[in-house]
Ligand binder design. Structure first.
Ligand SMILES: Cc1cc2nc3c(=O)[nH]c(=O)nc-3n(C[C@H](O)[C@H](O)[C@H](O)COP(=O)(O)O)c2cc1C
Length: 176
């Protein structure tokens, strides 16, 4: 069973999850471990994959633009989606993001499973929210955003990464 790991990561959270998946699964079966840039350049490396793990960061409730371009170009094989999101609103919220991203899968592909966890936001985002606190019109909103910022700080954490590893193993075992 040959698998590939592809990931779209802006600030490192999703790349971290991708690394954990890589270290969980047998190295000999891994065709490639590519960021989107590498994946665009070398599609032949994962053309024969039986299972593709595809990871992305969340951008406006979906996968980012690069992923929207790359996902439809993947081979029509088994695909397991994983990702990180900056808002920890729970499983329904994560499912919405995954559903939006799944729309970009190529025709004939099988979505075998999804995994999502929270991922910390950059400090620049906190600075922005702190400035917004001074505006009475959006004070409450800024407070809620700062609360969320604190909640996702430190993620993906050990629990997230263990869950990602379990997901990877389960997906790999079922695809055998
Ligand atoms: C421009 C931008 C848009 C974002 N949009 C969302 C969003 O709609 N929903 C969400 O939950 N997180 C959103 N986030 C947060 C990131 O998806 C989250 O921090 C993720 O873990 C980043 O992963 P990365 O480090 O792999 O890039 C956004 C972040 C940025 C920079």
């Amino acid at each position: 069973m040959r698998y590939a790991i592809l990931y779209d990561s802006h600030s490192g959270n999703t790349a971290h999850v991708a690394q954990i998946i890589r270290h969980t699964l047998p190295e000999d079966d891994c065709l490639c471990f590519y960021s989107t840039i590498e994946a665009f350049k070398h599609p032949e490396k994962f053309a024969e994959a039986d299972l593709i793990f595809y990871g992305f960061w969340t951008d406006r409730l979906s996968c980012p633009e690069q992923s929207q371009k790359l996902l439809p170009q993947l081979p029509a094989t088994k695909i397991a989606l994983f990702g990180t999101a900056g808002f920890g609103e729970g499983e329904d919220y994560f499912k919405k993001i995954m559903d939006n991203a799944a729309q970009y899968l190529p025709q004939g592909a099988t979505l075998t499973g999804t995994f999502m966890c929270t991922g910390k936001m950059p400090m620049s985002v906190q600075e922005q929210y702190l400035k917004l606190l001074h505006d009475p019109a959006i004070h409450e909103q800024a407070e809620a955003m700062l609360k969320n910022y604190d909640m996702v700080k430190g993620h993906p954490d050990d629990t997230d990464l263990q869950a990602a590893a379990a997901f990877a193993k389960q997906q790999y075992d079922s695809a055998q």
